[in-house]
Write a new protein. Structure first.
Length: 168
């Protein structure tokens, strides 16, 4: 099952996306519900050709996200992180073209910290800690911004709107 992605195309949806999420409470979910939710988010993200998807992008108020990012050898790594917090940011920045599933057809050069340390919990409510750099660090920052009510538009140096390709 996939979920519709909340976009900024409607004012009330943009307001929802710009509202900070609430801490995820593991006690409110069975293991099966949690597994199903993560699977559904992963399918939704992949179907939309995304590399990350935060809970509020599918209309949920809880603080968690999923991401799937290749390593330097191209091997895909999947993450489902609950109650994530970035605990360390490098002073070094990298500006790369960025887009967002909730801001369709818009791209822009967006500065992000090159390295981050992210802490949170996995699907089993076990504490996790990741030291990330490059694309993974960018995705972690992008998704945490979502969970804090932010959009990449807030940080982009400029934006370009691309027209969707016509379907034949």
């Amino acid at each position: 099952m996939t979920h519709p992605i909340v976009t900024i195309n409607k004012k009330e949806d943009e307001n929802f996306l710009r509202t900070k999420t609430v801490p995820f409470d593991f006690s409110k979910f069975t293991k099966k519900e949690l597994t199903d939710l993560v699977k559904e988010m992963r399918v939704t993200m992949k179907k939309a050709n995304g590399v990350g998807l935060s809970a509020n992008q599918i209309g949920r108020k809880e603080r968690f996200f999923v991401a799937q990012v290749p390593d330097t050898q191209g091997k895909q790594h999947f993450y489902a992180i609950f109650n994530p917090v970035i605990t360390k940011l490098s002073e070094e920045f990298e500006t790369v073209e960025e887009g967002c599933l909730s801001v369709p057809h818009v791209w822009g050069p967006t500065p992000r910290h090159y390295r981050v340390t992210l802490e949170g919990y996995d699907i089993h409510n076990r504490k996790v800690r990741y030291k990330a750099w490059g694309l993974l660090a960018r995705v972690f920052q992008h998704e945490c911004d979502h969970l804090n009510g932010g959009l990449f538009l807030d940080k982009a140096k400029s934006v370009t709107k691309l027209l969707p390709k016509e379907k034949n």
